[in-house]
Structure formats: structure tokens, C-alpha cells
Design a protein around this ligand. Structure first.
Ligand code: EPZ
Length: 449
């Protein structure tokens, strides 16, 4: 197993390119099941979750070829099943439910358990698909779904669930008649999925609003011309937070600034200067960070997937900040690890109070989930001394070459086997010249002022 080591205290300078969005790529890859044939997709990020999705599709009977873009052949479905060993690693596998039911009239999908950030039930997915005529049985930890005739319906969601909206929309594209989905999620990744489905011949209106109208069609055609996945706003936001934390001058390219407005407003209020072009964001910070309050909400509110990264930034801001997490009931696991680095964070239920400190100190910390691991890397960039982030597999699920991209911005960071402890070897891996007579990297860099 690997760990990530960081020698903190260097400012970040330069340009970093945004990859395709994980949370658009996964539903779009799975949506190809709706249209038999060969599909082409471009700007698909190189992530563990993408590999898991391609292996799941392979087990269903749909081979793929990856060389820059992706070719995926969904002509034949051998097994309409998502087994436990895949779903337990990646909850998003539950997204095969709608397409398999629409295409094959049946599906067997392992019921996703809870995860580090919450219980995450799928009752809304099932409620919506039942409204379209599906019937479900739960046995042996699996959801067994059947449908004879998929018929459009008027569905009201109890909350704007992202993957719930996606599952229902995908099934509704091949249903007889019209489906109205109310209180639908409005995330940009949902708009990208709808645009992809429309490019296959689906009839969808209202993408990006809370009411989607889907006129069912009898068949969809494969994406023979490569469909380009939208940029990852969460990845772009993560590098903006890295720039805010470490100081310096960072430009994030190939992103959609419009999708990041809630975060940009918070970073500006925290004292950062942000320059925007149509496809890039430049962040600089001249003075100290200032505390800001933040409350996560469904899009277009502040994204829960940026909460941990912003908390890391606020741990060094002057004054106190209130962070309220309204989407997931257990998404402060990073707080305890930040405290190991000297941060002052008090959590009560879904509210955290962050009191900014002068500096953080490097430590060995444990990643608990994808965004928590990004927050720990961001904290390590500004901490004095060396930080070691363990359980990097969390990071690999959603960040395409984070170490390489941060090194490109001048960070002293490396990925090494987790049993490597020799300071000189670690310094060398991070690209730090050994200091004559000094045992470790602390003499190299001091915490950024
Ligand atoms: C998606 O998860 C994203 N994952 C998550 O990103 C993201 O945090 C989340 O949306 C919120 O933005 C993907 O797109 C693959 P939800 P999803 O259903 O769809 C409750 C990351 O870091 N709920 O919108 O699973 C649920 O428990 C990941 O990239 C029900 O009660 O989230 C939660 O409290 C983490 N019943 C809330 O709704 C349901 O049937 C929102 O969950 C469905 C959801």
C-alpha cells in the first residue's frame, strides 16, 4: 500500500489542468447500457472508480477499450447484475439499476451499505423506479428488480438526490409516455448526463432545474461520435483551495467557472483574489486568510464535496468559522485528523467550529474518505515539516494524478510505499535536496507565513 508524503511550507505557482468529472463520467458510462452498440467517450478521467465501472460493465457483457478516449460496446448484455464485491467498493454501481431494468426488464444489484460519510439509503431510487412500474424484492443482500412494462409517471422526490435523479431519468428515457420528476437534483453532472442521453436520442427537458420532463422513446442510438465529459468542478475547487492554503499564484485551466460560484464567493470572502476567464480560474492571496461561515446545500448551493477541503483552508484563517454539513450526517471525519496537525476544530453533530491557528505541523494522518483525503493533502502543503497521508486508495478514487499535478505547481510531495520511513529517502522522493548533516526535511522548508 502507498502513502503520500508532503514537505510543507512552499507556495504553489503555475498552471494545473482540470480532468473530466468523476460524478459525470460514472453515470454516463453506465447510461451507455441504454443504447446497444459501440459508444465513444472523451475526457474520461483516469480514476479507480472509472476502472471499477468499466470492470462492472465488462462483467455485464460490455467490453471497453481505453486509449485516450474510451470505446465501449454495449451490443450484448450477458448478465443484468451488479455483484456485492463491486458495489461494496463503489456505491455508484447502483446506477445500473435503472438502465438494466429499462433494457432487460430485470436487474439484480447488491444493496449498497452505508459508508464513512453516512447511511446513504436508496429509498428514493426505488420509489421512483416503482412509480415507473418496477417491482423490487430484497433477498440475500440483493435488490431483485423486475418490470414488464415501463410507463411514465409523475414522481415527487423527498430530497434532490443526485444518483436517485440519475437512475430514474435513465429508466424514464425508454418508458412509454411522459415522466415528470419533481424536486430533482440540479447538479452540473446531471445536466451532463441529460445532454449525453439527448445526444443518444432521448427527449428530456428541464435539465439543471428541479423539474425534469422525460418523454419516453422506443430506442436510443449509440454515441458513435465521442461525447466529451464535462470538467470536474470538485477537482478544480480542490486545487483552488490548495492555492488558497499554500499561498502563491495558481491558475486552474479547462474548468467551468460558472459551476464553482459558491466556492469562489467563499474564497474571496476569505481574502483570496480570483481572476476568471471562460475556462480558467486564477487564485492569489496577498494577506492572511480570514474566517468565513459555510453551509453545504444541494446545487446551486455550496457543495458538500468541497466542505472538507475548505475546512482545511479555514483551519489557518484568522478568527472563527462555522461549517454546517446539511447533506451527510457523518462528514467531519477529517476534523480529527486536522487536529492531529494542530488545527482547532470542535464538532457538534452537523456543525463544526473552526478557530484559525498561526500554523499547522506535519504529522501522520489517516484518510477516511475521498474528500477528507484531499483536505489532508491541502493541510500538509502548508504545515511545517513532513505530513504523511495514509490510505491513499481513497484519493485514487476521485483524483487523477494529484501528486503529479501538485508537483507541477512546485509542491514537495511524493507517493511512496507506506513502509518507507527513511527521512533521506523520503526527502529524495519529494525532490528535496538532502541538507548536509540534517536528518529530515524540516530544515528544508518553513511554514508559509
Ligand atoms: C452524489 O452521491 C455524489 N456521488 C457524491 O459525491 C455527493 O457527495 C452527493 O451526490 C451529494 O452531492 C456521485 O455522484 C457518484 P445523494 P449520492 O443521493 O447520489 C439522502 C464524492 O465525493 N438520500 O444526493 O449518493 C442521502 O443519504 C461523492 O465524489 C436518501 O435519504 O448522494 C444524503 O443524505 C461522495 N435516500 C442525501 O440524500 C435516497 O434514496 C443526498 O444524497 C437517496 C439519498
Amino acid at each position: 500500500m502507498d502513502k503520500i508524503v508532503i514537505s510543507g511550507g512552499r507556495t504553489l505557482n503555475g498552471t494545473v489542468r482540470t480532468s473530466g468529472a468523476k460524478n459525470a463520467a460514472l453515470p454516463i458510462l453506465i447510461a451507455t447500457l441504454l443504447a446497444p452498440g459501440e459508444h465513444r467517450l472523451a475526457n474520461v478521467p483516469e480514476l479507480a472508480d472509472v476502472s471499477s465501472t468499466l470492470s462492472l460493465l465488462g462483467r455485464i457483457g460490455c467490453p471497453s477499450l481505453v486509449n485516450g478516449s474510451i470505446r465501449l460496446d454495449t451490443s450484448r448484455i450477458a448478465f443484468s447484475e451488479a455483484p456485492y464485491d463491486v458495489v461494496r467498493k463503489m456505491r455508484a454501481s447502483v446506477l445500473v439499476l435503472g438502465p438494466l431494468l429499462a433494457r432487460c426488464g430485470q436487474a439484480k444489484v447488491s444493496l449498497p451499505g452505508g459508508c464513512a460519510i453516512g447511511t446513504r439509503p436508496i429509498d428514493q431510487h426505488l420509489k421512483g423506479l416503482e412509480a415507473l412500474g418496477c417491482r423490487f424484492e430484497l433477498s440475500g443482500g440483493y435488490i431483485h428488480g423486475h418490470v414488464d412494462d415501463l410507463v411514465g409517471a409523475d414522481i415527487q422526490l423527498d430530497m434532490p438526490t443526485v444518483t436517485g435523479t440519475e437512475n430514474i431519468v435513465m429508466a424514464a428515457t425508454l418508458a412509454r409516455g411522459t415522466t415528470i420528476l419533481r424536486n430533482a437534483a440540479r447538479e452540473p453532472e446531471i445536466v451532463d448526463l441529460c445532454n449525453f442521453l439527448i445526444s443518444l436520442g432521448a427527449r428530456i427537458e428541464g435539465a439543471g432545474t428541479d423539474t425534469l420532463v422525460i418523454e419516453g422513446v422506443s430506442r436510443l442510438r449509440p454515441a458513435t461520435r465521442a461525447y466529451r465529459i464535462l470538467p470536474d468542478r470538485i477537482e478544480a475547487g480542490t486545487y483552488l483551495c490548495a492555492g488558497a492554503m499554500a499561498g502563491g499564484d495558481v491558475t486552474v485551466t479547462d474548468c467551468e467557472p460558472e459551476h464553482l460560484q459558491p466556492l469562489l464567493r467563499k474564497l474571496e470572502a476569505a481574502g483570496c483574489t480570483i481572476d476568471t476567464t471562460a475556462t480558467s480560474l486564477r487564485i492569489r492571496r496577498d494577506g492572511p486568510l480570514k474566517g468565513v461561515d459555510v453551509r453545504t446545500e444541494p446545487h446551486p448551493g455550496f457543495p458538500t464535496d468541497m466542505q472538507a477541503q475548505l475546512m482545511a483552508v479555514l483551519s489557518r484563517a484568522e478568527g472563527a468559522s462555522i461549517v454546517e454539513e446539511t447533506i451527510f450526517e457523518n462528514r467531519f471525519m477529517h476534523a480529527a485528523e486536522l487536529k492531529r496537525m494542530g488545527a482547532v476544530v470542535e464538532t457538534r453533530g452537523r456543525v463544526a467550529t473552526v478557530r484559525g491557528v498561526e500554523s499547522l505541523t506535519g504529522a501522520a494522518v489517516m484518510a477516511s474518505d475521498l474528500r477528507a483525503s484531499a483536505a489532508l493533502v491541502i493541510a500538509g502543503l502548508s504545515a511545517a515539516g513532513r505530513t504523511e497521508v495514509l490510505r491513499t486508495y481513497h484519493l485514487d478514487r476521485g483524483y487523477d494524478d494529484m501528486v503529479g499535478k501538485l508537483r507541477g505547481l512546485g509542491a514537495a510531495i511524493a507517493r511512496v510505499p507506506d513502509d518507507l520511513h527513511d527521512p533521506a529517502a523520503l526527502d529524495e522522493a519529494m525532490g528535496l535536496a538532502p541538507t548536509p548533516g540534517a536528518g529530515s526535511s524540516t530544515s528544508e522548508a518553513r511554514a508559509t507565513a
